[in-house]
Design a protein around this ligand. Structure first.
Ligand code: NOJ
Length: 582
């Protein structure tokens, strides 16, 4: 069977529509179509030569990001932090970590990004603070029963054995989710909850101080021109009253979890959390150019995710089902269909994402047999890898992602085709998962290795001290010696490079009226092939099978790889076609 592109225009069969929900002016707001580039600041570019990325480095590379053709950047936490979890342990939400720069540097960065046409999203961490946050320090000092302890989740140990934690909850990074404190009188006393590391105590969202303070933080950054926030673990803020035992209910971080185990779970995805976001939306909407939110919420299904983007709540949410889907036409089609349908039902645009700083890079995921769920490096270890296939699939996946309706996220380095670094020496691993798992889980450092910019040897231009990086400290994670082939410098100028592919796709996406927010129509296609059209006049075909397939009619605008001699689309390749407008 061949693919019929013409049937797209009549848009008869298998049509899936999505509510348009335009702004009152009739112009679709920017965030409904936005491509947002994720800047993992500690690994992006190092302006002062201490081996850690910073705001000076990011400012120097803003032109590179704008040149890609994205609409915005999202910067991972840059606040003062003891860095127990790479900045997701915040000790002051309204300042900048000195190793990253100053508040003035941040303000300059925001201005410069705006001048280049880039919007700026920050990362807010509302589930937990650092244990060094003044509130937590005050809570420790004030002792049991105090007002200060109410801002967190302090509890006595089990009634039958106070030496045991109050319940059976587990930390995402391994071990119990509770740590016992030494009270001001020197005795072992209460326990506090931390769904992540012990250095990240969970705050109590029933406390009015907590609510008011986070709203003040939103306003603090909005007043400085920030366009929005990514909300860290947006699905965990509210805990079930009484903090009941999980009693064997599954745990979302494990691949083998069963559906529904984390719907209205004692601490994941509880309905009460939505009240917080209705309030936050009012804060954002009070600005003349309304500010936006994107939820980081690993939830059970597209239906549960869509609840976060209902009218009056958040604008968008990361679509991790797409990220988790194997390189398989049926699985991807199912994910795309349910995502579109659930978002259409609430009038919100979907988003698409392939990688981020918490998962193994998709070149390396797609290099593996696609039979078991693959998310972290620890899922990949031991599986045979074919990185050439992974890279080919990653290029095709980029064209798929950027052709789908809604917004998309690019994780720094995916435009360079970076693979996961799988062999970091144990002594450099910094992810708390490594220690908390008793050295059984390597964690997320392999996708966080500093970006290679130029040259033939580490630090590949990552450190810019004095212009050439001479005398710079070693990068905080070592870069593989052979990363010269992935540098921006090596790929720049090569029209076949993955960087050129991203740039071309982003340019077309900006210019083509069919792309971004809107609808798609599936086209009939052979097994293992995804083919859809978008009006006006656009067709995307992704061949995930092993066999080359004939191309439908249309003008080739962009392909993720070479066609075969007879102009057929090989396996693991995607193509964008334009149709003449009648
Ligand atoms: C999600 C962040 O993306 C991750 O890096 C972090 O460790 C946890 N939330 C805890 O804040």
């Amino acid at each position: 069977m061949t693919i019929s592109a013409q049937s797209a225009q009549s848009a008869q069969a298998a049509t899936l529509t999505q509510a348009a929900d335009p702004a009152p002016s009739g112009v679709s707001p920017w965030w409904r179509s936005a491509v947002i580039y994720q800047v993992y600041i500690r690994s992006f570019a190092d302006g002062d030569g201490d081996g850690l990325g910073d705001i000076a480095g990011l400012r120097a590379k803003l032109g590179y990001i704008a040149g890609l053709g994205v609409d915005a950047i999202w910067i991972n936490p840059w606040y003062p932090s003891p860095m127990a979890d790479a900045g997701y342990d915040v000790s002051d939400y309204r300042d900048v970590e000195p190793r990253f720069g100053t508040l003035q540097d941040a303000e300059a960065l925001i201005r410069e990004a705006h001048d280049l046409g880039l919007r700026v999203l920050l990362d807010i961490v509302p589930n937990h603070t650092s244990d060094q946050h003044p509130w937590f320090q005050a809570a420790l000092a004030a002792g049991p029963g105090s007002r200060e302890r109410d801002r967190y989740l302090f509890r006595a140990g089990r009634a039958d054995d106070p030496a045991l934690p109050p319940n059976d909850w587990l930390s995402v990074f391994g071990g119990p989710a509770w740590t016992q404190v030494t009270e001001p009188d020197g005795r072992l006393g209460e326990w506090y909850l931390h769904l992540f590391a012990p250095e990240q105590p969970d705050v109590n969202w029933n406390d009015p101080d907590v609510q008011a303070d986070f709203e003040a933080t939103l306003r603090f950054w909005f007043d400085r021109g920030v366009d929005g926030f990514r909300i860290d673990v947006a699905n965990s803020l509210v805990k079930e009253a009484g903090l009941p035992d999980l009693g064997g209910r599954g745990y979302p971080e494990r691949a083998e979890m069963v559906a529904e185990d984390w719907v209205e779970h004692p601490h994941w995805d509880r309905s009460e959390v939505h009240e917080i976001y209705r309030t936050w939306r009012r804060v954002a909407d009070a600005y003349p150019e309304p500010r936006v939110f994107v939820a980081e919420a690993w939830v059970d299904s597209p239906e549960r995710l869509a609840r976060y983007v209902r009218n009056g709540e958040l604008h968008t949410a990361f679509n991790f089902d797409f990220l988790r889907a194997p390189w398989d036409a049926r699985a991807l089609r199912a994910t795309i269909d349910t995502t579109l349908a659930e978002h259409a039902a609430v009038g919100a645009p979907p988003t698409w994402v392939l990688s981020n700083h918490d998962v193994a890079r998709h070149v390396s995921r797609y290099a593996r047999p696609q039979t078991a769920p693959l998310r972290s490096l620890d899922d990949l270890i031991g599986l045979p890898a074919d990185l050439e296939t992974g890279a080919r699939r990653a290029r095709a996946a980029a064209l798929l992602m950027l052709a789908l309706p809604g917004g998309a996220y690019i994780y720094q380095g995916e435009e360079l085709g970076l693979p996961e670094v799988e062999d970091l020496p144990a002594e450099v691993l910094a992810d708390p998962t490594w220690e908390r798992s008793g050295h059984t889980q390597r964690g997320r450092d392999g996708c966080r290795v500093p970006i290679p910019w130029e040259g033939d040897a580490p630090p590949f231009g990552f450190s810019m001290k004095g212009g050439d990086g001479a005398g710079a400290a070693p990068t905080w994670l070592p870069q593989p010696a052979d990363w010269g082939r992935y540098t921006v410098q090596a790929l720049d100028g090569d029209p076949e490079s993955v960087l050129a592919l991203y740039r071309a796709a982003l340019r077309l996406r900006r210019d083509h009226p069919a792309l971004g927010d809107g609808t798609l129509h599936w086209l009939p296609a052979p097994d293992g092939v995804l083919a859809f059209a978008r009006d006006p006049g656009f067709v995307c075909v992704v061949n995930l099978s092993d066999n080359p397939i004939p191309l439908p009619d249309g003008t080739v605008m962009l392909a993720s790889g070479p066609l075969t001699e007879g102009q057929r689309l090989p396996g693991d390749t995607a193509i964008w076609l334009g149709l003449a407008q009648g």
